[in-house]
Design a protein around this ligand. Structure first.
Ligand code: ADP
Length: 577
């Protein structure tokens, strides 16, 4: 009894299998039939109508939108082609513009992914290259002895014979005339089953199959490339430091990067596609967008935004996007951070007023003393007083000269000209001693200390420039200690370079921590101090030190005083030609 049941079940299973095979056979037959029909048509001399139905090999009309779908499509394609042509293997190789190679695309039929990965040849070499370049199919009956085959792959893939057809995409005009034929790669089938050879009929079939395959792949590739481009564009937009926002003429946001999103406080979800009037809460920006969309005008405005705790300035620019017939199809808004520019601008404005002040003060003083002396025809002032007046005039002239030198140096640096160094042996201690003597004339509130530690080496430097560096630092030490105190200049050998390390220390106002990084910027002045100056001294000093290959830095505590350090190497570095 049992045995009979077993047989019945087996019979049923076999019957089902047979049905399945019959059905598969039917589909294959139908496909073959339709391909034959197509083949017949292509043999006809008249060209096919442009609106002709797609071939059976063309997949469902839905476009391929992911790499996964492309893989699936390829798999179906190569399997079908291999079955129709009765080949053991089938693979599609596509031309890679960047490397100039024909690269096998996974998945292939009858080949492992690893074999596919290795299978790439130059687009000018071998059978694939010949078919690709000439646009003609090639049959190889004995791969091993054929001189044109690439033996490396004949061995690797166990190839006996092959059929290679170019994959050609045709572009047609509206009337269906071919206007362009582009080779995108080759279709390869290997090893005719049952010990056979590829026939002329196979070649014709393969050409039709290749044509369908080429158009499917080309479309998919184009789509995926466009997708990749879009992804890259989005990544670029996201990494931009300016805010970008685009709105179409129906008021929907089409582009929005994270800077714009943050600035306009737009929630991260569902903002693209949303109505800008609903999601942009900032009236000023919304109005600019509306105006541009309505009038097509390009608008620019400088607006202040609160970013975290700070107020930052942005230039908000709106411009229309126009279509083919000049109609407005949308607008784009660019938000660029101009806080730094504005600050620099303000600093420049302040600078001009500081310079005017710095010029006028000594001039007023000179004019005053000269007028007094000229008016004294009677000899009212004694010789000593006159000498005192003349000394003040002399010092004020020096102050003017220094200011004008600073301005000249600034313009030299700004125009990119290097500071020219006139080199000779310099003893920094001697220079410091001379400057301290001069500075003593300007103040009675400060005590100067020159602290020379150990042997200080003589260096090769520009003495005038070393003079300017020390003058700037020591006069600042005096100027920013309005209540007096000690100004200590310490000089010693720099253990790191074998040059000279100098420190200028005062007991004055000190510098707030948060502005320390900006101290050496041009025009920068600590706000709220009623002490005149231009904001140029430290900027120029840094240039002078660095022109010698040295370094400058500062340590300071507000209210306690500051120490400016600078090093000068034994000699400036050789300039590269
Ligand atoms: P200026 O003295 O003409 O303003 P500087 O470039 O020499 O320009 O200095 C920049 C700013 O640094 C000054 O405005 C001042 O506030 C601060 N500064 C410089 N030296 C000292 C110092 N020794 N102590 C305190 N503040 C200083």
């Amino acid at each position: 009894m049992r045995a009979t049941t077993d047989w019945r079940e087996k019979y049923k299973a076999l019957e089902a299998e047979y049905e399945k095979l019959l059905a598969e056979n039917k589909t294959l037959k139908e496909e073959l039939e339709s391909l034959r029909e197509q083949l017949q048509k292509t043999k006809k001399p008249e060209r096919p109508a442009a609106s002709e139905a797609p071939s059976t090999l063309e997949e469902a009309p839905a476009p391929i939108t992911t790499t996964e779908e492309l893989r699936e499509t390829l798999k179906r394609l190569v399997t079908k082609i291999a079955m129709i042509l009765q080949a053991e293997k089938c693979v599609i190789k596509l031309y890679d513009k960047e490397t100039g190679e024909l690269v096998a695309q996974p998945p292939a039929f009858g080949m492992t992914d690893e074999e596919v990965r290795m299978y790439r040849t130059r687009a000018t070499q071998g059978i694939s290259g010949e078919a690709f370049m000439s646009g003609q199919p090639i049959v190889v009956n004995d791969a091993l002895s054929d001189p044109r085959t690439t033996k490396e792959f004949v061995g690797l893939l166990g190839i006996r014979n092959s059929l290679t057809v170019p994959l050609i995409v045709e572009r047609r005009d509206e009337d269906g005339r071919v206007i362009d034929r582009i080779s995108v790669g080759v279709l390869k089938v290997f090893n005719k089953r049952y010990g056979g050879k590829f026939t002329d009929e196979d070649v014709r079939l393969a050409i039709v199959l290749a044509r369908s395959a080429a158009s499917v792949i080309a479309q998919a590739k184009l789509y995926l490339e466009a997708l990749e481009e879009k992804r890259q564009l989005e990544a670029t937009l996201e990494s931009m430091l300016v805010g970008v926002l685009a709105v179409n003429n129906r008021g929907r946001i089409t582009v929005l990067n994270h800077v714009a999103r943050q600035l306009l406080e737009i929630p991260p979800d569902n903002s693209v596609g949303a109505d800008y009037k609903e999601v942009i809460k900032d009236d000023r920006v919304r109005e600019l967008i509306t105006k541009t969309l309505e009038s097509g005008e390009e608008l620019v405005e400088e607006l202040a935004f609160n970013v975290g705790e700070n107020e930052r300035y942005f230039q908000v620019q709106t411009a229309p996007i126009t279509g083919d017939n000049n109609e407005i199809i949308g607008e784009v808004t660019i938000l660029s951070d101009i806080t730094e520019l504005k600050r620099l601008d303000q600093m420049k404005t302040d600078f001009v007023s500081h310079v005017s002040h710095e010029l006028r003060t000594p001039l007023t003083s000179i004019k005053g003393f000269v007028a007094t002396l000229l008016a004294d025809t009677e000899g009212y002032y004694d010789l000593e007083t006159r000498r005192e007046f003349l000394q003040i005039i002399d010092q004020e002239c020096d102050r003017l000269t220094r200011l004008i030198n600073d301005l000249l140096n600034l313009s030299r640096i700004e125009s990119g000209r290097a500071l020219e160094l006139i080199l000779k042996p310099v003893n920094v201690v001697d220079v410091a001693r001379k400057i301290i003597e001069i500075q003593k004339n300007y103040t009675s509130k400060h005590q100067f200390v020159l602290d020379v530690q150990g042997e200080v080496p003589t260096i090769i430097a520009d003495e005038d420039k070393v003079d300017q560096i020390l003058t700037n630092l020591i006069s600042n030490a005096v100027k920013y200690s309005p209540n007096g105190g000690e100004v200590r200049v310490t000089i010693k050998e720099d253990p790191e370079t074998g040059g000279v390390l100098t420190a200028v220390k005062d007991q004055g106002l000190g510098i707030p921590k948060d502005v320390l990084p900006r101290l050496f910027q041009r025009f920068y002045r600590v706000e709220g101090r009623k002490i005149s100056g231009t904001g140029l001294g430290l900027y120029l000093t840094k240039h002078l030190v660095e022109a010698h290959g040295g370094k400058i830095w500062v340590e300071s505590e507000e209210g306690k005083g500051s120490t400016f350090y600078f090093t000068l190497p034994p000699a400036p570095p050789q300039k590269e030609e």
